[in-house]
Design a protein around this ligand. Structure first.
Ligand code: SF4
Length: 442
């Protein structure tokens, strides 16, 4: 019996891709174990979004080799794509597999897990291999039917980005927009629903650009409509969408389709127009707020979550105050706050007016405090109301209660039987504090 373990760094798209590799290896007879255990094969799906992600990826590679020096170590993901040369030279790496080869990873590995050729030979043989045709199209071959360890399933509908935000390396690593065929998305959604997933989250690097590479023949709106009609799917959620890509048609569709969650993750990054321009973002602060207003005018209490970068080069106190004020106006229900970290190879890394680390730290904690206040005040409006919660497959480890997320992405804890797990239940919210929300199963 051959065992394998997975380590996934980075975003939801990487998690999706690990799942596709997991299923392909299972089909080749590999049995999964946790990364803390000794395995015959380790797949490390790396991230390169910051220099710290690269370092983390390298540490994982070294750690698994120490655990089992005889294990085969496969490195894939964005860091492998960006800097295969460095990874190949790390002692103990057997395969570096790029994005276009990922769909063939299981095939490549299972071919010679029994033969102990040197890492360099494997890499060379992989590069020269004609056994499988590796093309740009291969990226579409990744597919899933489960989402291991998750109650909700991510479904990747596109890859790549052509926005070139000045701090981001992703367009250089993953390339331009590649939209999956509607038929493939539909089949995958049906498989996930058949396997018991009640909620699907549409995922990609830049889902708002879905269909751009097909000259508009396929549209995000059509994909959402197609999936929300599927029987058995109780919830559809969008992972992240840019403010300038939220159209009135999309808002209307969300407003009139009960399966689509009234939750929008709209990256803000900065609330200041000078900084937004330097970031090469495609909206102004007032356009961002107008989008939220349009959504609010059609949808009851929509949930807005966001990402913000603090301490972008050139950000002064006034720019930062503009970000604070915009966040307060937006009334976010959850914020992910990232201290700016220069990514080598991006225009932002070359800017000369970087903020002092201490200033970034102070701004981050100020924005953290704002984020907590906003989240608490958003949640409070649901006190004594009933919400639909998708109960997670695992109980909350601290309280042993069931837990799950509402349509508006509020995490709720409640007493209930195991049979409620993985299903959508009605919960009345009876207690809200800044750190938790408690309810009663109806
Ligand atoms: S939209 Fe900007 S931040 Fe997001 S992946 Fe594209 S370039 Fe990077």
């Amino acid at each position: 019996m051959k065992t394998c373990a997975f380590i996934t760094l980075g975003c939801k798209v990487n998690q999706y891709e690990t799942q596709a590799i997991r299923e392909a290896l299972a089909a080749k007879g590999f049995v999964e174990t946790i990364p803390e255990q000794t395995a015959d094969l380790y797949v490390i799906n790396t991230c390169t979004v910051t220099s710290a992600s690269d370092e983390k990826s390298r540490q994982h590679i070294k750690r698994v080799k120490r655990k089992n020096p005889r294990a085969i170590v496969v490195v894939t993901g964005c860091y492998a794509e960006a800097d295969a040369g460095t990874i190949k030279n790390i002692d103990g790496v057997d395969y570096v597999i790029t994005k276009n080869e990922e769909a063939h990873l299981a095939e490549i590995i299972s071919r010679d897990t029994s033969s102990r050729v040197s890492a360099q030979e494997k890499i060379i043989s992989l590069q020269n291999s004609n056994d499988h045709e590796i093309t740009e199209e291969s990226i579409y071959d990744l597919k899933i039917s489960h989402f291991a360890g998750h109650t909700r399933a991510f479904l990747k509908i596109e890859d790549g980005c052509d926005m070139y935000c000045s701090y981001c390396i992703i367009p250089y690593v993953r390339g331009g927009i590649k939209s999956r065929r509607p038929q493939d998305i539909l089949e995958e959604a049906k498989r996930l629903i058949h396997n018991g997933y009640k909620e699907i989250i549409l995922t990609g690097i830049h889902i708002g650009a879905y269909g751009k590479d097909t000259q508009g023949n396929n549209r995000l709106l059509d994909i959402i409509q197609m999936l929300s009609n599927l029987s058995g799917l109780e919830r559809l959620r969008l992972s992240s969408i840019e403010a300038n890509e939220i159209t009135h048609d999309l808002i209307d569709l969300v407003a009139h389709t009960k399966q689509i969650c009234p939750h929008f993750h709209i990256p803000l990054q900065s609330g200041d127009d000078f900084i937004l321009k330097r970031m090469n973002r495609k909206y102004t602060s007032s356009q961002y707020l107008e989008t939220l207003d349009s959504i609010r005018s059609k949808i009851d209490s929509p949930s807005f979550t966001t990402d913000v970068i603090v301490g972008f080069p050139g950000e002064n106190d006034e720019h930062f105050e503009n970000t604070i004020n915009l966040c307060k106006n937006a009334g976010f229900s959850r914020m992910h706050i990232f201290p700016f970290s220069a990514r080598e190879g991006t225009p932002a890394a070359k800017m000369t007016d970087h903020c002092q680390p201490q200033i970034i730290k102070t701004r981050r904690s100020r924005l953290d405090a704002v984020s907590k206040t906003l989240a608490y005040s958003y949640k409070k409006r649901f006190l004594n109301t009933c919400v639909k919660v998708l109960a997670e497959m695992e109980r909350d480890p601290k309280t042993n209660k069931l837990c799950g997320y509402s349509e508006r992405y509020i995490k709720v804890l409640f007493e209930g039987p195991d049979m409620a797990k993985k299903s959508v239940v009605s919960v009345r919210i009876d207690e809200i504090t800044p750190s938790f929300t408690m309810g009663t199963l109806q």
